[in-house]
Design a protein around this ligand. Structure first.
Ligand code: ARG
Length: 580
């Protein structure tokens, strides 16, 4: 596989700087800020001027002279105080475009250093409804796992269910009030429980809010839930058996939800899974002198002198003797370390949990459990309603994932009829298309935001076929497919690419930046960088298509073949990128 056009020019510039006894790195070539002047530029003459004690323009001039006659350049000029503007030659663009056309990944290459990466995302809680925060985690986390896999890394994703907290005590006690005779509540029985779950997912969704509301009002009711939680964690057999039922019933329901979202997890583990590791882990921390007693609780101090804001200690065991959220997270790190051997663990969780993760990561580093640098919190902002407040249902509650998806589907169906699209299809086909467009709308509108910012949920805008939206990008792909279909009917076949017009060359250069976008998105763990690329591709294609006839009597056969190949290449890259 050849190098990208940018890399090729970069190598020439670096060699020229080196030949002038200047640091080669200063020859760095970047995408131009003024693309109508030249697609690329090098700003190194300005920094070199300080080192060589010469004027930047003189240095730029010397560099330009070194590059004279190089067939990879069409034009080199000096602008402003000493920027070097670079235009690649047609021959270079042509050669590269044909390399891209035969590259299975349209120019994408594996990462230089391949890693083993665990991605912890999704994180719904058993029995509690999923909210849009879980949706963001799922959409961003899934994009990252796809991106990392595409780049060649070994990825294991884990949903890390919240299945070990107070909500379990609520469920157990509320179920006991409803059905006190269930065998699980008989303390004299400790084994041989029925295989069949005593509850359905609807029961769970009903029981939890009832119990939680009661407990809010009534301290005694709360105490019962707390005690049940502690007894569960202490290993009471009937409760543990119930927990297993709750978890499997929830997982079955969640698999449906996440399936509809097109999101996949390798592991469906949860907090409860690491319970057996907690005791020995805490003992080891104690023995190694990392813990302290404080107010009846067992803590690990994690504050550091350079902290601007004081970070409270991590509570390992509460005063009531319970393992907490941070404890299960530490034990999970140990579990992953020993069974999956990751280089890095990514946690795709909202901003609100920043302190929690900072505590856990520092404790992991300090105790030697896992290197601090290998633990990354991939933070994201909130989803807000048009009123600027956190997005909720009309009734004011948390938004269910399944409701959200049906809303998106409905909005997409409306858009289709407005635009007069998919008219000739039957009901079922149209519904399936609306589903896909709705999904694209939700996912893309989330991913295209810089993940650390908040955004406003606006289905009307997300489902539009214009602008930076998922549906626009699907539409762009569909348009190319229809060109390819037409070509097939006419018997036109793709051939060698020979870009003639500026819009064609520009499309090639945009496609040629795919690998850069992938690498950059990976390095920053930022899906919007890839979204930006896909959008650029669609726009460059649109300009090309408006400017260049592909099929038509006025177009010579070799030009048809070239443009058709460019269409095919564009579609392949759009498909790969949209899949990520
Ligand atoms: N269940 C948690 C929540 O709903 C998210 C879990 C995130 N992952 C983790 N390893 N703590 O807030």
């Amino acid at each position: 596989m050849s190098q990208s056009v940018l890399q090729t020019l970069n190598a020439h510039l670096q060699a020229a700087f080196k030949a002038l006894d200047l640091p080669a790195e200063l020859g760095l070539v970047v995408v131009s800020g003024k693309p109508d002047m030249a697609p690329f530029q090098c700003n190194g003459a300005l920094a070199a001027a300080k080192i060589a004690k010469k004027s930047p323009r003189d240095i730029a001039q010397a560099v330009v002279e070194k590059l004279e006659g190089n067939p990879d350049f069409q034009a080199i000029s000096i602008g402003g105080p000493g920027f070097i503007n670079l235009a690649p030659s047609d021959a270079l663009i042509t050669k590269r475009s044909n390399d891209l056309a035969v590259s299975p990944l349209t120019g994408a290459r594996p990462a230089d250093e391949l890693q083993k990466i665990v991605v912890d995302f999704g994180g719904p809680n058993v029995a509690k409804p999923m909210h849009v925060g879980h949706l963001r985690s799922s959409v961003i986390g899934d994009c990252l796992q796809r991106l990392l896999r595409f780049r060649g890394h070994g990825v294991v994703s884990d949903i890390h269910l919240g299945d070990w907290g107070l909500q379990m005590g609520h469920l157990i006690t509320e179920l006991q009030d409803e059905q006190p005779d269930l065998v699980y509540f008989d303390e004299n029985i400790t084994s041989g429980y029925p295989k069949e779950s005593p509850v359905t997912i609807d029961d769970l969704s009903r029981l939890y809010p009832v119990a939680s509301a009661k407990a809010k009002e009534d301290a005694e009711r709360m105490e019962r839930s707390r005690t049940a939680t502690s007894e569960l964690q202490a290993g009471r057999a009937g409760y543990r058996a119930l927990l297993d039922h709750f978890i499997s019933v929830s997982i079955a329901a969640l698999k449906k939800d996440f399936g509809a979202l097109g999101v996949h997890f390798d592991l469906w583990k949860g907090e409860a899974a690491v319970d057996p590791l907690i005791g020995p882990m805490v003992e080891k921390f104690k023995k190694d002198g990392f813990t302290e007693e404080s107010d009846g609780a067992l803590i690990i101090r994690v504050a550091e002198e350079s902290d601007k804001k004081e970070l409270p200690p991590l509570i390992l065991i509460s005063r009531a003797g319970a393992a907490l959220y941070a404890t299960t997270d530490l034990a999970t790190i140990q579990d992953r370390r020993d069974n999956l051997h990751p280089d890095v663990i990514l946690y795709v969780v909202d901003f609100g949990q920043s302190s929690h993760f900072e505590q856990v990561y520092r404790a992991a580093g300090k105790t030697g459990l896992f290197p601090r640098e290998g633990l990354e919190h991939i933070k994201f902002g909130t989803v807000n309603g048009k009123d600027g407040k956190r997005f909720r249902t009309r009734a004011g509650g948390v938004m269910r994932l399944s409701d959200l998806l049906s809303q998106a589907k409905e909005a997409a169906a409306n858009r289709l009829s407005e635009a007069g699209l998919a008219k000739d299809m039957d009901e079922e086909e149209r519904a399936e298309i609306a589903r896909m467009i709705g999904l694209a709308a939700i996912k893309f509108s989330d991913l295209q935001n810089v993940r650390t910012t908040n955004y406003i949920f606006d289905l009307e805008r997300f489902t539009s076929f214009e602008g930076k939206t998922g549906p626009y990008l699907l539409y762009a792909s569909v348009r190319i497919k229809s060109i390819l279909r037409k070509a097939k009917k006419l018997g036109v076949k793709a051939g060698l690419i020979k870009p003639l017009k500026a819009t064609e060359k520009n499309l090639v250069l945009t496609l040629d930046s795919f690998n850069r976008a992938l690498a950059h998105a990976e390095a920053k763990r930022m899906p919007h960088i890839l979204c930006e690329h896909v959008y650029n591709v669609a726009q460059s294609f649109s300009k090309f298509y408006a400017d260049c006839h592909v099929l038509g009597d006025d177009v010579p056969a070799d030009v048809q073949a070239s443009r058709l190949a460019l269409c095919e290449l564009t579609l392949r890259q759009l498909t790969l990128a949209l899949d990520i």
